[in-house]
Design a protein around this ligand. Structure first.
Ligand code: FAD
Length: 318
């Protein structure tokens, strides 16, 4: 069964990303956000993982909350850079023991100034290795499942184990540290070969970036679904930070429209309009759904879905 669910509330499958909050007050706010996001019955809500494991406990808390309080599949981001095999194995077990069955396996980035390479970066050097490790650890924890046989007390049918769903990252405009132009496609192929069942893209600003990337990936042999990751950008400062983080060229029209808008509400509308347009264009081009970076707020991403015609508008989303 695919983690991308047939939608019931939305016209196409949707999913969201949130991050672990930094304080008790933002904890309560995130719980409200999760409840509102859950109302549109997304395929999953993913929870980021701080660089070098800095948020492991808090990420797991949020994942447990999603599992306990909603019917939405929680998807755990995990990074491996800097971890030994033993540490990574223990971490995966902890998440599996908490009932987490869906992961986004990431290489992650070494902290600034930390040495790269086998000594500085731990035993695992790529996301593909983490994909394999997650699958192996799950196979060891639950090699098979037992289904009770109705009417035969104490008897059980042994079934093949339910495999974990393992998503991986994809980069429509290449990874900023790629050493040759197609390295990000080769990396995606390696992750698919290792067992990944879904790719989620880094954010991008033009539908053609995503659509051309999907064509190149398909031509190279990538067959897993590639979900477009879309972020409504609602302020010039956030745009600057995102451009720095992802190494993408500044999207001129969006930058100008955000700059000239005098009010925060006006800038939010600009961000929603651009993101909704992007959603419509990638869906028209064949995207299997929409993954939205929610920044722990439901209003903007739900407004984006409403503007894109994916959910019915309400007073709150207009
Ligand atoms: P891999 O698949 O192993 O490599 C991807 C690419 O990295 C390769 O194509 C290669 O070109 C390039 N590369 C080459 N050399 C290096 C190098 N020295 N260092 C890094 N990359 C190199 N990070 C977090 O810490 N926590 C998160 O929760 C998180 N969530 C993310 C969610 C999504 C959807 C995406 C797209 C990214 C996320 N990241 C997160 C960022 C991610 O960890 C970084 O982009 C990381 O640099 C690459 O991870 P990967 O899994 O794609 O690595």
């Amino acid at each position: 069964m695919s983690i991308i669910q047939t939608p019931s509330v939305t016209t196409v499958p949707v999913s969201f990303e949130v991050y672990p909050p930094r304080s008790d007050a933002s904890d309560a706010a995130l719980h409200r956000t999760i409840a509102r996001l859950a109302e549109v019955e997304p395929s999953f809500i993913s929870v980021t993982y701080g660089a070098g494991g800095s948020t492991a406990g808090r990420s797991l808390e949020v994942l447990r909350h999603i599992r306990r309080e909603t019917r939405v599949e929680p998807l755990a981001h995990l990074t491996c850079v800097g971890n030994s095999y033993r540490e990574a194995t223990a971490l995966i077990r902890e998440f599996l023991d908490a009932g987490i069955r869906s992961f986004l396996a990431l290489r992650g980035d070494a902290p600034q100034g930390a040495p790269e390479g086998p000594d500085g970066a731990g035993d695992l050097e790529s996301a593909a290795q983490l994909v394999q490790l997650i699958d192996r650890v799950q196979a060891e924890c639950s090699p098979y499942t037992e289904e009770p046989i109705p009417g035969v007390p104490g008897a059980a049918r042994v079934e093949r184990r339910r495999h974990v769903d393992i998503a991986v990252a994809a980069f429509p405009n290449g990874h900023p540290r790629s050493r040759y132009p197609a390295e990000h496609i080769d990396a995606l192929l390696a992750k698919q070969a290792a067992g990944a069942t879904l790719a989620i893209t880094q954010l991008f600003f033009h539908a053609d970036d995503y659509l051309a990337f999907v064509s190149r990936a398909r031509a190279a042999g990538v067959v897993i679904p590639i979900l477009p990751g879309i972020m409504p950008i609602t302020s010039p400062s956030r745009l600057t930070r995102i451009v720095e983080l992802t190494g993408q060229p500044v999207p001129g029209a969006l930058a100008v429209d955000l700059d000239v808008e005098p009010t925060a509400e006006g800038r939010r509308e600009v961000g929603v309009r651009y993101a909704a347009e992007l959603c419509r264009a990638v869906l028209e081009g064949g995207a299997p759904g929409i993954h939205l970076y929610a920044f722990n707020h439901h209003r903007t991403v739900l407004a984006t879905l409403a503007e894109a015609g994916v959910i019915t508008p309400t007073e709150e989303t207009s």
